[in-house]
Structure formats: structure tokens, C-alpha cells
Ligand binder design. Structure first.
Ligand SMILES: [Fe+2]
Ligand SMILES: [Fe+2]
Length: 168
């Protein structure tokens, strides 16, 4: 059993879904619940399944970030640049971790990365995603159709910065 390779303590999910992560925008919250679930599946995976689980998390995250980037573009969200940049950096780090996991069989690195993602995600959700959710609600954005129901709100550049510590 691979249990002997990775101590059980290192196979516990570091992040659980909770009210603190709810942004009151169903189409965003649903995706975030899936992220938390896939991250937990990665962290609790046995060594033999770890890279497959992490690959599934990366594929989902690629889609998750891509959708948020599109919503920002569609609604002229003023903080889109730094938010999308953080998405790109995180995806790059995840892909590099997967490469090291595959090429160097460095499963420890992948597990550390997953744990770091469990720390990073609530911060991102509660700052950048929360600001985006507020903006999308304000402009009445329908993610299914791409329709902005309050187009008047688009002309107001009323969200400055992205809520993150790195952007003014
Ligand atoms: Fe998100
Ligand atoms: Fe985001």
C-alpha cells in the first residue's frame, strides 16, 4: 500500500467548504465548491492516484479561471488585469508542479503545492473573487447568456483595485 510512502497526516484535506467562502453568486459559488472538492480529492489521494487527481484539479482550474477572465472582459471590470494575472501565475505554478511530479516523481512537492493552494484559495476568493462577484451582481450579469441586465452600471468605473494586497 502506498500508505507507507506518504504519512496519513499528509493526506488530510486542508480546506473545507464553509459559509466564509460563499459569495452569493450561484454560478461562482458552484465552481468554487467544485474546486474545494477536487482539491480535497488531491490532498487525500493515495500516491498512485495523486497525479491524476492533481491533473483533474488543474483542468478544472483552467476552466474556472478562464470563465472568470471572460466575465471580467464582458463587463469591463476595472480590476481585471491584476486578477487575471494572479490566475495565470497560479496556473503556471500548478502546471510546473505537475511536470515535476511526473518527470521527477516528486510527489512531496505536489502535496506541498496542494496544501499551499488550500491556504491561497480562501484569500483569493474573499478578496479578488468577492470584488468580482460584487461587480457582477451590480451590473446584473447572467453568466449563462452573457447578458448584462443593468448596462448603465457598466459605464461607472466604480471598483478600483482588485481587493488583493498586491494591487492598488
Ligand atoms: Fe474563483
Ligand atoms: Fe479569481
Amino acid at each position: 500500500m502506498s500508505d507507507t510512502l506518504t504519512p496519513t497526516a499528509e493526506r488530510q484535506a486542508s480546506l473545507q467548504w464553509s459559509d466564509a467562502l460563499v459569495l452569493e453568486l450561484d454560478f461562482m459559488d458552484d465552481t468554487h465548491k467544485e474546486f474545494v472538492d477536487l482539491l480535497a480529492q488531491t490532498e487525500t489521494a493515495e500516491d498512485a492516484d495523486l497525479l491524476d487527481r492533481f491533473t483533474a484539479l488543474i483542468d478544472h482550474t483552467d476552466d474556472h479561471f478562464g470563465r472568470e477572465d471572460r466575465w471580467m472582459e464582458n463587463t469591463r471590470f476595472s480590476a481585471s488585469h491584476c486578477h487575471s494575472m494572479q490566475h495565470n501565475v497560479v496556473l503556471q505554478v500548478m502546471r510546473e508542479g505537475l511536470r515535476r511530479g511526473r518527470d521527477d516523481n516528486d510527489l512531496k512537492l505536489v502535496r506541498e503545492l496542494a496544501r499551499e493552494l488550500g491556504i491561497w484559495f480562501p484569500q483569493h476568493a474573499q478578496t479578488m473573487d468577492a470584488a468580482l462577484a460584487l461587480h457582477l451582481r451590480r451590473v446584473g450579469y447572467d453568466a449563462a447568456t452573457g447578458i448584462v441586465h443593468q448596462p448603465d452600471a457598466l459605464t461607472e468605473d466604480d471598483i478600483h483595485g482588485c481587493g488583493g494586497a498586491t494591487c492598488a
